[in-house]
Design a protein around this ligand. Structure first.
Ligand SMILES: Cc1cc2nc3c(=O)[nH]c(=O)nc-3n(C[C@H](O)[C@H](O)[C@H](O)COP(=O)(O)O)c2cc1C
Length: 182
């Protein structure tokens, strides 16, 4: 069975981002074992640039060991998040900074460079119309995903949630299409 890790970044358990995530899961054709990581439910220690991972290939903090193990071996990463000030909410950003571990693994460890390739699905919501949001988000994700041997495969944004509180047909169709292609 293929393995999926969902990195969920909204504080709302039944908000717009959760609705997008649920739609994807409901429509998956392939069977996945799913590891769901809610960044708001974990007190993720911020990266302190202590350089321990540079020397030991391990993080000094042990709070997300379960996730790092799941991420290393998964086939699909789903990043589901609202846009906060053009970026990710702080708990998810803290998590992404901790991915410095993967940067150092990639630099130092040849075995790591050969880990399995991963697809990445990015599901976003924003209160206003998206405009340049994807550009900023993608630049950030492109700083971290390659070190997990991952790249953005599919991306959807449900924007303008301040005004449009029902998911539009085009977003529904995009998510269903992604689910069918995974
Ligand atoms: C602190 C904060 C910052 C936000 N920044 C933005 C922003 O920069 N652009 C935008 O369009 N919406 C912004 N929003 C709105 C959220 O992205 C939007 O309400 C989103 O749909 C919430 O999703 P959720 O229901 O899954 O939490 C912000 C909301 C909060 C609370």
């Amino acid at each position: 069975m293929k393995r999926m890790v969902i990195l969920f970044g909204s504080p709302h358990e039944n908000g717009y981002t959760k609705k997008l995530t649920d739609l994807l899961i409901e429509n998956l054709k392939t069977k996945f074992s799913v590891a769901y990581f809610n960044a708001y439910k974990r007190n993720i220690h911020p990266c302190v640039d202590c350089s321990v991972c540079k020397g030991t290939s391990q993080c000094a903090f042990t709070d997300i060991l379960d996730l790092t193990a799941d991420l290393a071996g998964c086939d699909v990463i789903v990043i589901a998040s609202p846009i906060y000030n053009l970026s990710f909410p702080a708990p998810l950003k803290a998590l992404f900074d901790r991915f410095q571990l993967y940067y150092n693994l990639h630099e130092k460890n040849e075995k790591w460079r050969n880990i399995n390739k991963k697809e990445t699905v990015v599901l976003l919501t924003s209160g206003r119309q998206a405009n340049s949001y994807l550009d900023v988000i993608n630049k950030q994700l492109n700083c971290i995903l390659p070190y997990l041997n991952a790249n953005i495969t599919f991306e959807v944004i449900w924007d303008n949630t301040d005004n449009v509180t029902q998911m539009g047909e085009s977003v529904v169709n995009e998510v269903k299409k992604i689910a069918s292609l995974l």
